[in-house]
Write a protein that binds this ligand. Structure first.
Ligand code: NDP
Length: 448
C-alpha cells in the first residue's frame, strides 16, 4: 500500500495549479486538486478572458460608428448590457468545462472543496475529509485588496464587476494600474461617465512614462476624467442607490458604481501553512526559491500566491517547471527577464525589457529611438489619436533591450517583437528587416 493517498495534492485549480497537475500526472504521479470556487482560477473565471471579451465588445461602439463612412447601413444601434454580461458568463462556463475536462482527461482527481494545510504531508477538506500527499503544491492565487475607508462595502472589485445588474451611468474607478485602466476603458467605450482616482499622481507607475503620458492624453480626450493624487476617503450611499464619493483634497463625485482596483494580495489567510513551518512574507506571500520550493521540503508554491510576477503565463510556466523538477527528473527554473506585458486599455499599451528610466538607473549607456505616428485607420476616420513606439538600445552592444508601444493592436505586435528582444537582436538587425507595408508594426524597423 502507498505511504500517501497521492503523490501530489494541489490546492487551487487556476492557471498554475491546473498546468502543474496535468504535467505531474503525465510524468506518472497520482494527482488530486482541490478548488473551493470554480475550476480555471482568476484568469478564466474573473480576469483575463472575460475582461478581454468586454474590451472586444466595447470597441464595437467605435467600429460601428466608422462603418457609416464605409457604406454600411444598419438599423438603430442599441446596447444591452445584460445580453453582453450573460454572454460573458456563458463563455466562462464553457472554459470552466474545458479546464475540468483537462483535469479528468489527465486522470487528476478533482475535489470541489476548500483545502487547508494541516502538516507537511496532509490537508483537510471543507467536507471533513483528511488527505495525505507526498508533495503539496500551493497555487491559490491572489485576491483584490480593498483599502480601508468608511463606506468601502459599497464599492465593488474586479470580482463583482462582471456581474453588474445594469450598466452604471457614472463610474468611479479607484487605482491607476492594469485593472483600473482596462475597466475605465471598457466603461468609457460603453458610454458611461468615468472618473479615475488614484493615490499617486501617476498612472501605471513603473511602465514606460512616454506611453503612460500618451495614454493619459488620449483617454482624457475620449472623456475619462482623472483625479490623480486624490484617493477615496469615503463613500456615502443614498436611498436611490447613487453614491457620493469623497476624495482627499478634491471635490466629491457622484457615482452609481465605484470599482476599486488597488492591487491583489496572496490568498493565504487561514491556509494553515504555519502547521508545516512556513512563515508568510510581509504581503502574505509564500516565500519560495528559484525551484518554487518553500521552507518545508514537501511543499511548493507557484503563481500569484508567491507574489513574484502576477501574470497568467508566468504562473503556467512556474507550474510546469515545478512538475518537471519534482516528477519529471528534470530540475529547472524559469527566466524572469524579458517578460512581455500589456495593458488592454483603449488604446492598449505593451512593453518588454527595460524602460528608459530603468536603463538609465542601471547606469547604462543607451540610445533611444522613437516613432510618433498616426495609425492609418485613424487617418481614414479623421481621428487625431497618435501611436507611439520606443526602442531602448544598449549603446555598447547595439542590442535592443526594451520595446514599448501604445496604439491599436500593440499587444499583438509586441508579442512578436519580444522574441527579438529575448534573442538579443541588435538595432542593426531591426534596421536590416524590410518593412511590411502598410502596417503599424513597420514603424519598428523604420526608426532611425
Ligand atoms: P496594480 O498593481 O496594477 O495597480 C494598483 C493601483 O492601485 C496603483 O495605481 C496604485 O497606486 C494603487 N494602490 C495600491 N495600493 C493602494 C492603496 N492601499 N490605496 C490606494 N491605492 C492603492 O494592481 P491591479 O489591481 O490593477 O492589478 C493586479 C495585478 O493583476 C497587476 O499587477 C497585474 O500583474 C495583474 N493584471 C494583469 C493584467 C494584464 O496582464 N493585462 C490585467 C489585470 C491584472 P500607485 O502605484 O500610483 O501608488
Amino acid at each position: 500500500m502507498a505511504e500517501f493517498d497521492y503523490d501530489l495534492f494541489v490546492i487551487g485549480a487556476g492557471s498554475g495549479g491546473v498546468r502543474a497537475s496535468r504535467i505531474a500526472a503525465s510524468h506518472g504521479a497520482r494527482v488530486a486538486v482541490a478548488e473551493e470556487f470554480r475550476v480555471g482560477g482568476t484568469c478564466v473565471i474573473r480576469g483575463c478572458v472575460p475582461k478581454k471579451l468586454l474590451v472586444y465588445a466595447s470597441q464595437f461602439a467605435e467600429e460601428l460608428h466608422d462603418t457609416a463612412k464605409l457604406g454600411w447601413t444598419f438599423g438603430e444601434k442599441t446596447f444591452d448590457w445584460a445580453a453582453l454580461r450573460d454572454f460573458v458568463a456563458s463563455d466562462v462556463d464553457r472554459l470552466e468545462r474545458a479546464y475540468t475536462s483537462t483535469l479528468a482527461n489527465n486522470k487528476v482527481e478533482h475535489f470541489a472543496a476548500r483545502a487547508t494545510v494541516t502538516g507537511p504531508n496532509s490537508v483537510a477538506l471543507s467536507d471533513g475529509r483528511t488527505i495525505t500527499a507526498k508533495y503539496i503544491l500551493i497555487a491559490v492565487g491572489a485576491w483584490p485588496v480593498m483599502p480601508a475607508f468608511p463606506g468601502n462595502e459599497h464599492a465593488i472589485t474586479s470580482n463583482e464587476v462582471f456581474h453588474l445588474p445594469t450598466l452604471p451611468r457614472r463610474v468611479v474607478v479607484q487605482g491607476a494600474g492594469y485593472i483600473a485602466l482596462e475597466f475605465a476603458g471598457i466603461f468609457n467605450a460603453l458610454g458611461c461617465e468615468v472618473t479615475v482616482v488614484n493615490r499617486s499622481d501617476k498612472i501605471l507607475r513603473g511602465y514606460e512614462e512616454a506611453m503612460t503620458e500618451r495614454l493619459l492624453k488620449i483617454t482624457a480626450e475620449r472623456g475619462i476624467q482623472y483625479r490623480l493624487g486624490h484617493p477615496i476617503t469615503g463613500i456615502e450611499k443614498h436611498a436611490d442607490g447613487s453614491m457620493t464619493v469623497s476624495l482627499s483634497g478634491a471635490d466629491p463625485i457622484e457615482a452609481d458604481c465605484v470599482l476599486v482596483a488597488t492591487g491583489r494580495k496572496p490568498k493565504t489567510d487561514g491556509l494553515g501553512l504555519e502547521t508545516a513551518g512556513i512563515t508568510l512574507g510581509a504581503n502574505g506571500e509564500v516565500p519560495v526559491d528559484a525551484y518554487n520550493a518553500t521552507a518545508c521540503p514537501s511543499i511548493y508554491a507557484v503563481g500569484d500566491v508567491t507574489d513574484r510576477v502576477q501574470l497568467t503565463p508566468v504562473a503556467i510556466r512556474e507550474g510546469h517547471a515545478f512538475a518537471d523538477t519534482v516528477f519529471g527528473g528534470a530540475p529547472r527554473t524559469i527566466a524572469y527577464d524579458h517578460i512581455p506585458s500589456a495593458v488592454f486599455s483603449q488604446p492598449p499599451l505593451a512593453g518588454v525589457g527595460l524602460t528608459e528610466a530603468q536603463a538609465r538607473a542601471e547606469g547604462r549607456e543607451i540610445k533611444v529611438f522613437t516613432s510618433d505616428f498616426r495609425p492609418m485607420k485613424n487617418m481614414f476616420f479623421a481621428r487625431a489619436e497618435r501611436g507611439f513606439y520606443k526602442l531602448i538600445v544598449d549603446a555598447a552592444s547595439d542590442k535592443v533591450i526594451g520595446v514599448h508601444m501604445i496604439g491599436p493592436d500593440s499587444p499583438e505586435i509586441l508579442q512578436a517583437v519580444a522574441i527579438a528582444v529575448k534573442a538579443g537582436l541588435t538595432k542593426a538587425d531591426f534596421d536590416a528587416t524590410v518593412a511590411l507595408h502598410p502596417s503599424m508594426a513597420e514603424e519598428l524597423v523604420l526608426m532611425r
